[in-house]
Design a protein around this ligand. Sequence first.
Ligand code: MTE
Length: 557
Amino acid sequence: MLLLQPIVRGPWVLQRTPRLAAVACGSHPRACVGWTPPRTHGTWSAGGSSRRWKVTAVGALLGLGAGLAYGDHRRQAEEADPKAAARPQAPYPVFTRQEVGRHRSPAERVWVTYGGEVFDITDFVELHPGGPSKILLAAGGALEPFWAMYAVHSQGHVLEILREYKVGELSPEEQSQPAQGDPYAGDPPRHPALKVNSLKPFNAEPPAELLSENYLTPSPLFFKRNHLPVPAVDPATYRLEVEGPGGRTLTLSLPELKSRFPKHEVTATLQCAGNRRSEMNSVRPVKGLEWGIAAISTARWGGARLRDVLTQAGYGEAEEEAGERHVCFEGLDKDLSGAAYGASIPYGKAMGPGGDVLLAYEMNGEELPRDHGYPLRVVVPGVVGARNVKWLGRVSVSREESPSHWQQNDYKGFSPSVDWATVDYTTAPAIQELPIQSAITDPPPGATVPPTEITVKGYAWSGGGRGVVRVDVSLDGGRTWHVAEMAGEEQPLGRAWAWRLWQLTAPVPPGSSALDIVCKAVDDSYNVQPDTVEPIWNLRGVLSNAWHRVRVSVAQD
Ligand code: MTE
Protein backbone atom coordinates (compact mmCIF):
# COMPACT_ATOMS: atom_id res chain seq x y z
CA MET A 1 0.00 0.00 0.00
CA LEU A 2 1.48 3.31 -1.02
CA LEU A 3 0.43 6.08 1.26
CA LEU A 4 2.15 8.81 -0.66
CA GLN A 5 2.03 7.54 -4.19
CA PRO A 6 1.76 10.16 -6.92
CA ILE A 7 -1.74 11.38 -7.46
CA VAL A 8 -3.35 13.25 -10.30
CA ARG A 9 -3.06 16.97 -9.91
CA GLY A 10 -5.09 19.71 -11.44
CA PRO A 11 -6.61 23.12 -10.98
CA TRP A 12 -9.42 22.50 -8.53
CA VAL A 13 -11.35 25.70 -8.98
CA LEU A 14 -10.84 26.20 -12.64
CA GLN A 15 -12.35 22.85 -13.53
CA ARG A 16 -14.97 22.77 -10.89
CA THR A 17 -16.68 26.06 -11.47
CA PRO A 18 -17.25 25.79 -15.22
CA ARG A 19 -18.55 22.24 -14.82
CA LEU A 20 -21.04 23.38 -12.27
CA ALA A 21 -22.05 26.26 -14.44
CA ALA A 22 -22.38 24.02 -17.45
CA VAL A 23 -24.91 21.78 -15.77
CA ALA A 24 -28.38 23.24 -16.01
CA CYS A 25 -29.29 22.94 -12.38
CA GLY A 26 -32.09 25.41 -12.64
CA SER A 27 -33.80 26.51 -9.50
CA HIS A 28 -34.07 23.01 -8.12
CA PRO A 29 -30.77 21.78 -6.90
CA ARG A 30 -31.86 18.16 -7.27
CA ALA A 31 -31.61 18.71 -11.00
CA CYS A 32 -27.87 18.36 -10.47
CA VAL A 33 -28.11 14.60 -10.46
CA GLY A 34 -26.19 14.46 -13.70
CA TRP A 35 -23.38 16.62 -12.37
CA THR A 36 -20.01 14.99 -12.75
CA PRO A 37 -17.42 15.90 -10.19
CA PRO A 38 -14.05 17.14 -11.32
CA ARG A 39 -11.69 14.21 -11.59
CA THR A 40 -8.76 16.18 -10.36
CA HIS A 41 -9.88 18.23 -7.41
CA GLY A 42 -8.43 18.19 -3.97
CA THR A 43 -4.73 18.45 -4.72
CA TRP A 44 -2.72 21.42 -5.62
CA SER A 45 0.23 22.64 -7.46
CA ALA A 46 3.43 20.94 -8.46
CA GLY A 47 5.72 18.24 -7.06
CA GLY A 48 7.26 19.32 -3.79
CA SER A 49 4.33 21.22 -2.38
CA SER A 50 1.85 18.51 -3.26
CA ARG A 51 4.01 15.98 -1.52
CA ARG A 52 4.43 18.28 1.46
CA TRP A 53 0.67 18.61 1.62
CA LYS A 54 0.21 14.87 1.57
CA VAL A 55 2.74 14.28 4.31
CA THR A 56 1.12 17.01 6.34
CA ALA A 57 -2.37 15.67 5.84
CA VAL A 58 -1.31 12.25 7.01
CA GLY A 59 0.49 13.77 9.96
CA ALA A 60 -2.50 15.85 10.89
CA LEU A 61 -4.77 12.84 10.76
CA LEU A 62 -2.47 11.12 13.15
CA GLY A 63 -2.21 14.09 15.45
CA LEU A 64 1.53 14.13 15.13
CA GLY A 65 1.90 17.51 16.70
CA ALA A 66 2.21 21.17 15.99
CA GLY A 67 4.89 20.77 13.31
CA LEU A 68 2.42 18.91 11.17
CA ALA A 69 -0.66 20.89 12.13
CA TYR A 70 -3.38 21.60 9.64
CA GLY A 71 -2.57 25.30 9.70
CA ASP A 72 0.80 24.54 8.15
CA HIS A 73 -0.84 22.42 5.53
CA ARG A 74 -3.21 25.21 4.57
CA ARG A 75 -0.44 27.83 4.54
CA GLN A 76 1.88 25.67 2.45
CA ALA A 77 -0.89 24.84 0.03
CA GLU A 78 -1.84 28.46 -0.37
CA GLU A 79 1.76 29.57 -0.83
CA ALA A 80 2.12 26.96 -3.51
CA ASP A 81 -1.19 27.76 -5.17
CA PRO A 82 -2.58 31.20 -4.42
CA LYS A 83 -5.87 30.20 -6.04
CA ALA A 84 -6.46 27.76 -3.20
CA ALA A 85 -7.38 30.64 -0.91
CA ALA A 86 -10.03 31.82 -3.30
CA ARG A 87 -11.92 28.56 -3.71
CA PRO A 88 -15.67 29.05 -3.75
CA GLN A 89 -17.52 27.46 -0.86
CA ALA A 90 -21.08 27.61 -2.09
CA PRO A 91 -23.52 26.97 -3.56
CA TYR A 92 -22.95 23.26 -3.75
CA PRO A 93 -25.04 20.81 -5.71
CA VAL A 94 -27.44 18.67 -3.75
CA PHE A 95 -27.41 14.86 -3.83
CA THR A 96 -29.53 12.07 -2.47
CA ARG A 97 -28.02 9.23 -0.44
CA GLN A 98 -28.83 6.96 -3.34
CA GLU A 99 -26.70 9.10 -5.65
CA VAL A 100 -23.86 9.12 -3.18
CA GLY A 101 -24.21 5.34 -3.00
CA ARG A 102 -23.26 5.03 -6.66
CA HIS A 103 -19.71 6.19 -5.89
CA ARG A 104 -18.13 3.21 -4.20
CA SER A 105 -14.82 2.68 -5.98
CA PRO A 106 -12.02 4.79 -7.42
CA ALA A 107 -13.32 3.97 -10.92
CA GLU A 108 -16.69 5.57 -10.15
CA ARG A 109 -15.10 8.07 -7.71
CA VAL A 110 -15.32 7.48 -3.97
CA TRP A 111 -17.95 9.60 -2.24
CA VAL A 112 -18.85 9.74 1.42
CA THR A 113 -21.16 11.85 3.54
CA TYR A 114 -20.57 13.46 6.90
CA GLY A 115 -23.46 15.31 8.51
CA GLY A 116 -25.27 16.95 5.63
CA GLU A 117 -22.23 17.23 3.35
CA VAL A 118 -20.96 15.13 0.48
CA PHE A 119 -17.26 14.58 -0.20
CA ASP A 120 -15.36 13.07 -3.10
CA ILE A 121 -12.40 11.50 -1.31
CA THR A 122 -11.01 9.54 -4.26
CA ASP A 123 -7.69 11.34 -4.09
CA PHE A 124 -7.39 10.77 -0.37
CA VAL A 125 -7.94 7.02 -0.49
CA GLU A 126 -4.26 6.20 -1.00
CA LEU A 127 -3.26 8.74 1.65
CA HIS A 128 -5.44 7.28 4.35
CA PRO A 129 -3.19 6.41 7.32
CA GLY A 130 -5.26 3.32 8.07
CA GLY A 131 -4.83 2.07 4.50
CA PRO A 132 -7.06 2.32 1.42
CA SER A 133 -9.06 -0.81 2.21
CA LYS A 134 -10.29 0.63 5.50
CA ILE A 135 -11.45 3.97 4.10
CA LEU A 136 -13.12 2.23 1.17
CA LEU A 137 -15.42 0.48 3.64
CA ALA A 138 -17.21 3.82 3.96
CA ALA A 139 -17.43 4.39 0.19
CA GLY A 140 -20.86 5.46 -0.97
CA GLY A 141 -22.19 6.02 2.54
CA ALA A 142 -21.85 7.87 5.81
CA LEU A 143 -18.57 8.28 7.68
CA GLU A 144 -20.22 8.52 11.10
CA PRO A 145 -20.33 4.79 11.94
CA PHE A 146 -16.64 4.47 11.06
CA TRP A 147 -15.55 7.54 12.96
CA ALA A 148 -17.47 6.28 15.96
CA MET A 149 -15.42 3.07 15.76
CA TYR A 150 -12.08 4.77 15.04
CA ALA A 151 -12.44 7.78 17.25
CA VAL A 152 -9.01 9.16 16.32
CA HIS A 153 -10.93 10.91 13.54
CA SER A 154 -12.97 12.97 15.97
CA GLN A 155 -10.64 15.95 15.84
CA GLY A 156 -11.25 19.34 14.31
CA HIS A 157 -8.32 19.19 11.93
CA VAL A 158 -9.48 15.87 10.47
CA LEU A 159 -12.80 17.49 9.62
CA GLU A 160 -10.97 20.41 8.07
CA ILE A 161 -9.04 18.07 5.81
CA LEU A 162 -12.27 16.34 4.85
CA ARG A 163 -13.85 19.67 3.92
CA GLU A 164 -11.18 20.16 1.26
CA TYR A 165 -12.92 17.35 -0.60
CA LYS A 166 -16.45 18.71 -0.40
CA VAL A 167 -18.43 18.37 -3.61
CA GLY A 168 -22.00 18.79 -2.50
CA GLU A 169 -24.70 18.66 0.10
CA LEU A 170 -27.27 16.07 1.00
CA SER A 171 -30.86 16.90 0.23
CA PRO A 172 -32.35 18.46 3.35
CA GLU A 173 -34.86 15.67 3.94
CA GLU A 174 -32.01 13.13 4.05
CA GLN A 175 -29.67 15.00 6.32
CA SER A 176 -30.71 13.44 9.59
CA GLN A 177 -28.66 10.35 10.39
CA PRO A 178 -30.05 7.56 12.47
CA ALA A 179 -28.56 8.05 15.96
CA GLN A 180 -25.19 6.31 16.17
CA GLY A 181 -24.65 4.03 19.10
CA ASP A 182 -21.16 4.39 20.55
CA PRO A 183 -19.41 1.07 19.82
CA TYR A 184 -17.18 1.75 22.83
CA ALA A 185 -20.06 2.26 25.25
CA GLY A 186 -19.59 -1.28 26.57
CA ASP A 187 -15.86 -0.92 27.28
CA PRO A 188 -14.92 -1.69 30.91
CA PRO A 189 -14.00 0.96 33.49
CA ARG A 190 -10.28 1.67 33.78
CA HIS A 191 -7.85 2.78 36.46
CA PRO A 192 -7.57 6.58 36.67
CA ALA A 193 -3.77 6.48 37.02
CA LEU A 194 -3.34 5.16 33.48
CA LYS A 195 -1.94 7.59 30.94
CA VAL A 196 -4.36 7.37 28.04
CA ASN A 197 -2.89 7.46 24.53
CA SER A 198 -6.22 6.92 22.84
CA LEU A 199 -9.63 6.51 24.38
CA LYS A 200 -11.46 4.80 21.52
CA PRO A 201 -9.98 2.28 20.98
CA PHE A 202 -8.51 2.26 24.46
CA ASN A 203 -4.73 2.45 24.66
CA ALA A 204 -2.98 3.38 27.86
CA GLU A 205 0.18 2.87 29.84
CA PRO A 206 0.87 3.18 33.57
CA PRO A 207 2.99 6.05 34.93
CA ALA A 208 6.59 4.85 34.49
CA GLU A 209 7.44 5.38 38.19
CA LEU A 210 4.73 2.88 39.15
CA LEU A 211 5.99 0.26 36.72
CA SER A 212 9.10 -0.58 38.71
CA GLU A 213 7.21 -0.68 42.04
CA ASN A 214 5.99 -4.23 41.44
CA TYR A 215 7.62 -7.22 39.80
CA LEU A 216 4.14 -8.38 38.76
CA THR A 217 2.28 -5.38 37.36
CA PRO A 218 -1.13 -5.08 39.07
CA SER A 219 -3.67 -5.91 36.35
CA PRO A 220 -5.47 -2.52 36.49
CA LEU A 221 -2.12 -0.83 35.76
CA PHE A 222 -0.94 -3.31 33.12
CA PHE A 223 -0.63 -1.44 29.79
CA LYS A 224 -3.63 -1.86 27.52
CA ARG A 225 -3.47 -2.03 23.74
CA ASN A 226 -6.78 -2.42 21.94
CA HIS A 227 -7.46 -1.90 18.24
CA LEU A 228 -11.25 -2.14 18.50
CA PRO A 229 -14.01 -2.04 21.13
CA VAL A 230 -13.72 -4.66 23.87
CA PRO A 231 -16.13 -7.45 22.91
CA ALA A 232 -18.74 -8.49 25.45
CA VAL A 233 -18.34 -12.24 25.75
CA ASP A 234 -20.85 -14.39 27.62
CA PRO A 235 -18.81 -17.09 29.39
CA ALA A 236 -21.81 -19.44 29.35
CA THR A 237 -22.03 -19.53 25.57
CA TYR A 238 -18.36 -18.92 24.82
CA ARG A 239 -16.70 -21.59 22.67
CA LEU A 240 -13.14 -21.79 21.40
CA GLU A 241 -12.92 -23.30 17.94
CA VAL A 242 -9.75 -25.20 17.12
CA GLU A 243 -9.53 -26.33 13.55
CA GLY A 244 -7.86 -29.74 13.44
CA PRO A 245 -6.10 -31.53 10.58
CA GLY A 246 -8.45 -32.22 7.68
CA GLY A 247 -10.84 -29.48 8.80
CA ARG A 248 -12.28 -31.31 11.85
CA THR A 249 -13.12 -28.71 14.47
CA LEU A 250 -12.60 -29.13 18.19
CA THR A 251 -15.04 -26.92 20.05
CA LEU A 252 -14.25 -26.16 23.69
CA SER A 253 -16.29 -24.37 26.32
CA LEU A 254 -14.54 -22.54 29.13
CA PRO A 255 -15.22 -25.30 31.71
CA GLU A 256 -13.89 -27.86 29.20
CA LEU A 257 -10.70 -25.89 28.70
CA LYS A 258 -10.24 -25.73 32.45
CA SER A 259 -11.05 -29.38 33.18
CA ARG A 260 -9.66 -31.27 30.17
CA PHE A 261 -6.19 -29.71 30.15
CA PRO A 262 -3.72 -29.32 33.02
CA LYS A 263 -3.39 -25.73 34.23
CA HIS A 264 0.04 -24.29 33.53
CA GLU A 265 1.39 -21.01 34.93
CA VAL A 266 4.00 -18.72 33.44
CA THR A 267 5.36 -15.34 34.54
CA ALA A 268 5.81 -13.41 31.32
CA THR A 269 6.40 -9.84 30.23
CA LEU A 270 4.36 -8.45 27.36
CA GLN A 271 5.73 -5.54 25.40
CA CYS A 272 4.08 -3.69 22.56
CA ALA A 273 6.20 -3.30 19.41
CA GLY A 274 5.54 0.43 19.72
CA ASN A 275 6.92 0.80 23.25
CA ARG A 276 9.11 3.94 23.37
CA ARG A 277 7.79 5.09 19.99
CA SER A 278 7.72 8.72 21.15
CA GLU A 279 11.54 8.74 21.21
CA MET A 280 11.58 7.64 17.56
CA ASN A 281 8.93 10.19 16.74
CA SER A 282 11.07 12.97 18.15
CA VAL A 283 13.85 12.06 15.69
CA ARG A 284 11.55 12.02 12.65
CA PRO A 285 7.74 11.64 12.56
CA VAL A 286 6.50 8.06 12.59
CA LYS A 287 3.01 6.65 12.30
CA GLY A 288 1.45 5.24 15.44
CA LEU A 289 0.40 5.87 19.02
CA GLU A 290 2.77 7.98 21.09
CA TRP A 291 3.86 5.36 23.60
CA GLY A 292 6.27 6.39 26.33
CA ILE A 293 8.41 3.77 28.08
CA ALA A 294 5.58 1.87 29.75
CA ALA A 295 3.92 -0.14 26.96
CA ILE A 296 5.41 -3.11 28.76
CA SER A 297 4.20 -5.00 31.84
CA THR A 298 4.58 -8.36 33.55
CA ALA A 299 1.95 -10.77 34.89
CA ARG A 300 1.57 -14.32 36.13
CA TRP A 301 -0.60 -16.02 33.54
CA GLY A 302 -2.54 -19.26 34.06
CA GLY A 303 -4.25 -21.46 31.51
CA ALA A 304 -4.05 -24.48 29.25
CA ARG A 305 -0.92 -25.11 27.21
CA LEU A 306 -1.60 -24.39 23.53
CA ARG A 307 0.37 -27.51 22.61
CA ASP A 308 -1.93 -29.68 24.73
CA VAL A 309 -4.99 -28.26 22.98
CA LEU A 310 -3.43 -28.61 19.51
CA THR A 311 -2.41 -32.18 20.33
CA GLN A 312 -5.97 -32.95 21.36
CA ALA A 313 -7.15 -31.47 18.06
CA GLY A 314 -4.94 -33.98 16.26
CA TYR A 315 -1.70 -32.13 15.58
CA GLY A 316 1.73 -33.53 16.22
CA GLU A 317 5.30 -33.61 15.02
CA ALA A 318 4.22 -34.67 11.53
CA GLU A 319 3.06 -31.13 10.78
CA GLU A 320 6.36 -29.66 11.85
CA GLU A 321 8.29 -32.13 9.72
CA ALA A 322 6.03 -31.45 6.74
CA GLY A 323 7.51 -27.94 6.38
CA GLU A 324 6.75 -24.44 7.53
CA ARG A 325 3.51 -24.11 9.47
CA HIS A 326 1.94 -21.31 11.45
CA VAL A 327 -0.60 -21.31 14.21
CA CYS A 328 -3.15 -18.58 13.47
CA PHE A 329 -5.32 -16.88 16.07
CA GLU A 330 -8.50 -14.87 15.60
CA GLY A 331 -9.97 -12.56 18.20
CA LEU A 332 -13.66 -11.92 18.77
CA ASP A 333 -13.14 -8.18 18.29
CA LYS A 334 -14.17 -7.35 14.76
CA ASP A 335 -14.04 -4.22 12.66
CA LEU A 336 -17.00 -2.92 10.67
CA SER A 337 -16.13 -5.16 7.71
CA GLY A 338 -16.39 -8.17 10.04
CA ALA A 339 -12.62 -8.77 9.98
CA ALA A 340 -11.31 -10.02 13.31
CA TYR A 341 -8.06 -8.99 14.95
CA GLY A 342 -5.66 -11.77 14.04
CA ALA A 343 -2.04 -12.87 14.30
CA SER A 344 0.07 -16.00 14.01
CA ILE A 345 3.19 -17.58 15.46
CA PRO A 346 5.49 -20.30 14.06
CA TYR A 347 4.25 -23.84 14.66
CA GLY A 348 7.51 -24.75 16.41
CA LYS A 349 6.99 -22.03 19.03
CA ALA A 350 3.42 -23.21 19.65
CA MET A 351 4.24 -26.91 19.90
CA GLY A 352 7.77 -26.87 21.31
CA PRO A 353 7.97 -28.23 24.87
CA GLY A 354 9.84 -25.12 26.01
CA GLY A 355 7.59 -22.63 24.21
CA ASP A 356 5.27 -22.20 27.20
CA VAL A 357 2.52 -20.77 24.97
CA LEU A 358 -0.70 -20.52 26.95
CA LEU A 359 -4.38 -20.20 26.28
CA ALA A 360 -4.69 -18.09 29.39
CA TYR A 361 -7.86 -17.62 31.45
CA GLU A 362 -6.09 -16.19 34.50
CA MET A 363 -3.96 -13.10 35.05
CA ASN A 364 -2.22 -12.53 38.38
CA GLY A 365 -4.30 -15.26 40.03
CA GLU A 366 -7.66 -13.87 38.93
CA GLU A 367 -10.01 -14.26 36.04
CA LEU A 368 -8.63 -12.48 32.97
CA PRO A 369 -9.87 -8.84 33.04
CA ARG A 370 -12.00 -7.77 30.08
CA ASP A 371 -9.35 -5.39 28.71
CA HIS A 372 -6.82 -8.21 28.69
CA GLY A 373 -8.89 -10.71 26.73
CA TYR A 374 -11.64 -12.18 28.92
CA PRO A 375 -12.43 -14.99 28.84
CA LEU A 376 -9.40 -16.38 26.97
CA ARG A 377 -6.25 -15.01 25.38
CA VAL A 378 -3.04 -16.34 23.92
CA VAL A 379 0.14 -15.64 25.87
CA VAL A 380 3.24 -16.18 23.74
CA PRO A 381 6.19 -15.62 26.08
CA GLY A 382 9.17 -13.83 24.54
CA VAL A 383 7.18 -12.68 21.54
CA VAL A 384 5.87 -9.22 20.63
CA GLY A 385 2.56 -8.25 22.27
CA ALA A 386 0.72 -8.19 18.92
CA ARG A 387 0.80 -12.00 18.65
CA ASN A 388 -0.79 -12.43 22.10
CA VAL A 389 -4.31 -12.43 20.73
CA LYS A 390 -7.03 -11.46 23.22
CA TRP A 391 -10.70 -12.54 23.27
CA LEU A 392 -9.58 -15.65 21.42
CA GLY A 393 -12.26 -17.15 19.19
CA ARG A 394 -10.46 -19.45 16.80
CA VAL A 395 -7.17 -21.29 16.38
CA SER A 396 -6.04 -22.89 13.13
CA VAL A 397 -2.85 -24.25 11.60
CA SER A 398 -1.83 -23.06 8.18
CA ARG A 399 1.05 -23.05 5.71
CA GLU A 400 0.59 -19.29 5.58
CA GLU A 401 0.93 -16.71 8.31
CA SER A 402 -2.30 -15.07 9.50
CA PRO A 403 -3.80 -13.04 6.65
CA SER A 404 -4.64 -10.30 9.15
CA HIS A 405 -3.52 -6.74 8.44
CA TRP A 406 -1.72 -6.81 11.81
CA GLN A 407 0.41 -9.75 10.70
CA GLN A 408 0.90 -8.85 7.05
CA ASN A 409 1.43 -5.09 7.21
CA ASP A 410 1.60 -3.72 10.69
CA TYR A 411 4.23 -4.77 13.22
CA LYS A 412 7.10 -5.12 10.79
CA GLY A 413 10.46 -3.37 10.90
CA PHE A 414 12.10 -1.50 8.01
CA SER A 415 15.31 0.33 7.18
CA PRO A 416 15.46 4.03 8.08
CA SER A 417 15.66 4.61 4.30
CA VAL A 418 12.12 3.29 3.74
CA ASP A 419 9.34 5.85 3.76
CA TRP A 420 5.62 5.76 3.02
CA ALA A 421 6.27 6.21 -0.69
CA THR A 422 8.58 3.21 -0.92
CA VAL A 423 7.42 0.77 1.75
CA ASP A 424 6.72 -2.75 0.52
CA TYR A 425 5.32 -4.81 3.37
CA THR A 426 6.13 -8.10 1.66
CA THR A 427 9.85 -7.43 2.02
CA ALA A 428 9.95 -7.60 5.84
CA PRO A 429 9.12 -10.48 8.17
CA ALA A 430 6.47 -10.04 10.84
CA ILE A 431 8.04 -9.24 14.20
CA GLN A 432 8.08 -12.21 16.59
CA GLU A 433 10.86 -12.23 19.24
CA LEU A 434 11.70 -8.74 20.46
CA PRO A 435 15.20 -7.35 20.94
CA ILE A 436 16.92 -6.47 24.23
CA GLN A 437 15.24 -3.55 25.97
CA SER A 438 15.70 -1.47 29.12
CA ALA A 439 14.49 1.87 30.41
CA ILE A 440 14.76 4.17 33.41
CA THR A 441 11.49 4.43 35.29
CA ASP A 442 12.70 6.63 38.14
CA PRO A 443 13.70 9.48 38.38
CA PRO A 444 11.48 10.95 35.65
CA PRO A 445 12.94 13.35 33.08
CA GLY A 446 13.32 16.85 34.45
CA ALA A 447 13.28 15.79 38.11
CA THR A 448 15.53 17.46 40.66
CA VAL A 449 17.68 14.95 42.55
CA PRO A 450 19.64 15.34 45.80
CA PRO A 451 23.26 16.55 45.50
CA THR A 452 24.74 13.64 47.43
CA GLU A 453 23.41 10.31 46.26
CA ILE A 454 20.98 9.18 43.58
CA THR A 455 18.89 6.05 43.18
CA VAL A 456 17.97 5.09 39.63
CA LYS A 457 15.37 2.39 38.90
CA GLY A 458 14.20 0.66 35.78
CA TYR A 459 13.35 -2.50 33.92
CA ALA A 460 15.22 -4.73 31.46
CA TRP A 461 13.91 -7.53 29.28
CA SER A 462 14.79 -9.43 26.15
CA GLY A 463 12.63 -11.45 23.77
CA GLY A 464 12.92 -15.11 22.86
CA GLY A 465 13.50 -16.24 26.44
CA ARG A 466 16.96 -14.64 26.53
CA GLY A 467 17.79 -13.64 30.08
CA VAL A 468 19.14 -10.22 31.05
CA VAL A 469 22.65 -10.70 32.38
CA ARG A 470 23.56 -7.09 33.16
CA VAL A 471 22.30 -3.53 33.18
CA ASP A 472 24.83 -0.70 32.86
CA VAL A 473 23.92 2.75 34.11
CA SER A 474 25.77 5.98 33.44
CA LEU A 475 25.26 9.32 35.18
CA ASP A 476 27.35 11.26 32.65
CA GLY A 477 25.75 10.51 29.30
CA GLY A 478 27.69 7.28 28.73
CA ARG A 479 31.28 8.27 29.51
CA THR A 480 31.51 6.17 32.68
CA TRP A 481 29.34 3.27 33.81
CA HIS A 482 28.04 1.52 36.94
CA VAL A 483 26.56 -1.97 37.06
CA ALA A 484 23.01 -1.96 38.45
CA GLU A 485 21.64 -4.48 40.95
CA MET A 486 18.97 -6.70 39.52
CA ALA A 487 15.90 -7.99 41.31
CA GLY A 488 13.32 -10.51 40.21
CA GLU A 489 13.18 -14.23 39.65
CA GLU A 490 16.12 -16.15 38.23
CA GLN A 491 14.65 -17.91 35.21
CA PRO A 492 15.63 -21.09 33.35
CA LEU A 493 18.09 -20.68 30.47
CA GLY A 494 16.23 -20.03 27.22
CA ARG A 495 12.95 -19.52 29.06
CA ALA A 496 13.55 -16.17 30.73
CA TRP A 497 10.13 -14.82 29.86
CA ALA A 498 9.91 -12.06 32.48
CA TRP A 499 11.72 -8.80 32.97
CA ARG A 500 14.31 -7.97 35.63
CA LEU A 501 13.76 -4.86 37.66
CA TRP A 502 17.01 -3.09 38.51
CA GLN A 503 18.26 -0.36 40.74
CA LEU A 504 21.46 1.63 41.15
CA THR A 505 22.39 3.82 44.10
CA ALA A 506 25.49 5.92 43.39
CA PRO A 507 27.11 9.14 44.61
CA VAL A 508 26.36 12.25 42.61
CA PRO A 509 29.64 13.61 41.20
CA PRO A 510 30.49 16.71 43.30
CA GLY A 511 29.76 20.02 41.61
CA SER A 512 27.18 18.55 39.16
CA SER A 513 24.26 20.78 38.26
CA ALA A 514 22.64 18.19 35.98
CA LEU A 515 23.00 14.48 35.26
CA ASP A 516 22.52 12.68 31.95
CA ILE A 517 21.37 9.29 33.16
CA VAL A 518 21.63 6.48 30.63
CA CYS A 519 20.86 2.77 30.86
CA LYS A 520 21.58 -0.17 28.58
CA ALA A 521 21.06 -3.86 29.11
CA VAL A 522 22.89 -6.97 27.92
CA ASP A 523 21.16 -10.31 27.35
CA ASP A 524 22.59 -13.82 27.57
CA SER A 525 23.40 -13.82 23.85
CA TYR A 526 25.41 -10.62 24.56
CA ASN A 527 22.98 -8.57 22.53
CA VAL A 528 23.16 -4.93 23.58
CA GLN A 529 20.96 -1.94 22.88
CA PRO A 530 22.04 0.54 20.18
CA ASP A 531 23.29 3.83 21.60
CA THR A 532 21.06 6.12 19.53
CA VAL A 533 17.66 6.04 17.86
CA GLU A 534 18.61 7.40 14.41
CA PRO A 535 20.09 4.19 12.95
CA ILE A 536 17.07 2.12 14.03
CA TRP A 537 14.41 4.67 13.08
CA ASN A 538 11.61 3.13 11.03
CA LEU A 539 8.44 4.66 9.63
CA ARG A 540 6.14 2.73 11.94
CA GLY A 541 8.15 3.53 15.06
CA VAL A 542 8.49 -0.07 16.21
CA LEU A 543 11.41 -1.82 17.96
CA SER A 544 12.57 1.39 19.65
CA ASN A 545 15.27 0.13 22.02
CA ALA A 546 18.14 2.62 22.00
CA TRP A 547 19.92 3.46 25.27
CA HIS A 548 17.36 5.18 27.43
CA ARG A 549 18.37 8.67 28.50
CA VAL A 550 16.92 10.83 31.28
CA ARG A 551 18.24 14.29 32.12
CA VAL A 552 17.73 15.54 35.67
CA SER A 553 18.82 18.60 37.65
CA VAL A 554 20.84 18.35 40.81
CA ALA A 555 19.55 20.35 43.79
CA GLN A 556 22.10 22.98 44.80
CA ASP A 557 22.95 23.31 48.50
N1 MTE B 1 -5.81 -9.11 20.53
C1 MTE B 1 -6.97 -8.67 20.04
N2 MTE B 1 -7.96 -9.56 19.86
N3 MTE B 1 -7.17 -7.38 19.73
C2 MTE B 1 -6.16 -6.45 19.91
O1 MTE B 1 -6.38 -5.27 19.64
N4 MTE B 1 -3.82 -6.07 20.56
C3 MTE B 1 -2.53 -6.72 20.52
C4 MTE B 1 -2.51 -7.92 21.45
N5 MTE B 1 -3.65 -8.74 21.25
C5 MTE B 1 -4.91 -6.91 20.40
C6 MTE B 1 -4.79 -8.27 20.72
C7 MTE B 1 -1.41 -5.89 20.88
S1 MTE B 1 -0.80 -4.90 19.64
C8 MTE B 1 -0.78 -5.95 22.08
S2 MTE B 1 0.61 -5.04 22.39
C9 MTE B 1 -1.29 -6.78 23.15
O2 MTE B 1 -2.49 -7.46 22.78
C10 MTE B 1 -1.57 -5.95 24.37
O3 MTE B 1 -2.08 -6.74 25.37
P1 MTE B 1 -2.68 -6.06 26.69
O4 MTE B 1 -3.72 -5.08 26.26
O5 MTE B 1 -3.20 -7.18 27.49
O6 MTE B 1 -1.53 -5.36 27.35
